[in-house]
Design a protein around this ligand. Sequence first.
Ligand code: BGC
Length: 628
Amino acid sequence: MDEGTRIQGLIQIKKILVLFVIPLILLWATAVIYLTISYPDIEWNWDTINTSDIHFPSSFAWGTATAAHQVEGNNFNNNWHLWEESVDDNNVSRIHNNDKSGLAADHWNRYLDDIKLMKNLGVDHYRFSIEWSRIEPEKGVYDKDALEHYRRLCQALVDSNITPVVTLHHFTHPIWFERLGAFEKKENAQFFVKFSTLVFKELRDLVPVWCTFNEPSVFVAQGYFNGIFPPGKKDPVLAGTVMENMLNTHVELYHKLKSLPGGDAVKIGLVKNIFQFDPYRRWNLLDWAFSKLLNDIYTNGPLKFLKNGESTFYLPGMVNNHMSNPDAVGSLDFIGLNYYSRMHVKGHLNPKEPFTFDTREKDIMTDMGYPLYAEGFYRALHTINDLGVPIYVTENGLADDTDEVRPIFIKRYLYALNRALKDRINIKGYFYWSLMDNFEWAEGYKMKFGLYDVNFETQKRTLRKGSIPFIEMVNKRGADERGYIVSVGEKAPDFEIHYTSGKKENLHDLRGDVVVLQFTASWCSVCRLEMPHLEKDVWQKYKDKGVRLIGIDRDEPLETVLKFQKDIGTTYPLALDPGANIFGLFADKNAGVTRNIVIDRNGKIVFLTRLFEEKEYQEMIEAIKSLL
Ligand code: BGC
């Protein structure tokens, strides 16, 4: 090659680089940067998080959840029974280890004992499902005894101060309904609406919260995409139809039940599972593209339908089903969220296998092969909050035979839940999945989801040690809407006061005096506003009349506190509170700082303020006066 040709060649390469390769790299880099910023991968540093410093509102509902086919036993007349009895093309059972649901946890007969298990946990709600195939074993033939059984169950719960929460469809329906084509056919919705109406009329006086469907996305994905739940089909177009029909049936049923007597008094919603699909390689646009497609079809599409009444069920080259129903708008009194984990997606340039799921070595895994990802729970709560309706976490839990991961899971996920509450997301309650071990669908009995271990030979239930963090949180004192964990009328918790002067004494040493604890911090502008008033109206006026005003400074070093006092010009004593541990005796540690606590001569709390509001402040002054 002569020199001229070589130079020509180099010029050509340069041209290609300038015209194509560099712009492509820039485009790719811009896209990756944009996606990374728009969809950050939230991961918290758990080493620095104290998961026990949290309080839930005292009105928060705590419960456990089960589903009929998984726990009742002897359900031989539904789609899952057919599935358990069938084999695949290789003559292999559809269920792991050839398990059959059989007697399951015999909850049908043992429900009274199981209510005692709930009482032992301290929960006050129970979510369970009604087995349609028991109530209507043949089309149009109803079993009164079965209906009465569920009434007895609800009554027993109510008598035990446990609120029943009913799910009308949790993956199972009668064989006759399956044979009619179930939700593959639009016209079959009427049968489910009829059954649900009957159950509603029977139980509406006992059941204040109703879930129409459990997880349409899981039912559709596993039954019509992956073929591992009945009816075991792999048909994306049919999957789209079933999704549309289920969502429309929810809408119809919601409006029907609301129109019945008692409809206004109850809350009706749908249970949505969220599993995030996140790119395995955040630099890889294919991973991003498939993640987006999966998130849209699985989560965003159904949520959009429930919010706006319009949406699409779309996978390129496979299905493009537009769903539209104006009545979907306003068809939720609440939304149920089931959250377990996320999946990492790898995209491929292989049309036969365009994507696969992968796991990362650093993740802690559950027996289901899901990574522990409490941050995803937090993300999912934000996602679902976009519907603008109250939220119940209707399921959350893990399979862990070792019982070693369970306590970590519980602590982290409850922390994430609490953090979402702090963001003012309207979450009404949380149901742990599950009360006890049960038949885990295609995974059979291998998966141990229970707070209670069940010995399926003897039906003996035993509390798992790893469940204790859940029990502790349920039974921990709740915080009120102002963040207080103490209330008026109670004895003030005792603690040692470390004054900035170096002097120390206990709160109980001050018995005989009226004590006003003022929680403060140098960075708190409302505190700064209030402090001169406290100085004038409380300290200067009553310091010689038996009133002790003490400012407790939240977690700041001595020098900062001394400087703060000097700046503000107050003279009443300030004390230190490293780690905000004293604050944490009175209020949720994460709650705001400006608050005063008035304690009478006997150590009893008589007044609590929050922020600096004229009316409340004056009432506090009156309360102090009345104690002198
Ligand atoms: C279902 C439950 C199931 C749980 C654990 C949820 O998708 O509603 O029935 O047992 O996940 O896999």
